[in-house]
Design a protein around this ligand. Structure first.
Ligand SMILES: [Zn+2]
Length: 70
């Protein structure tokens, strides 16, 4: 009988049988640190009051725009 080792990325939960691949996965993830902009639409178009997009700043200085789907 053989014991198998698995490594799990603490950011996305993906499991790997190779430690280095798992470490590379963890290192690849950019952590959000703040919201730098957001956008709303008129109440006639969306009465939730929630922003339809937000621009998120990541720990490495990059940013990305996310759009609400619900
Ligand atoms: Zn990962």
């Amino acid at each position: 009988m053989k014991t198998l080792s698995l490594y799990q990325c603490e950011c996305c939960g993906t499991r790997y049988n190779n430690r280095m691949t798992c470490a590379a996965c963890e290192k690849s993830h950019k952590r959000p640190i703040g919201v730098e902009a957001w956008k709303y639409v008129a109440i006639s178009d969306d009465n939730t009051g929630l922003p339809v997009t937000v621009k998120v700043t990541m720990h490495d200085g990059s940013s990305a725009v996310y759009k609400r789907v619900k």
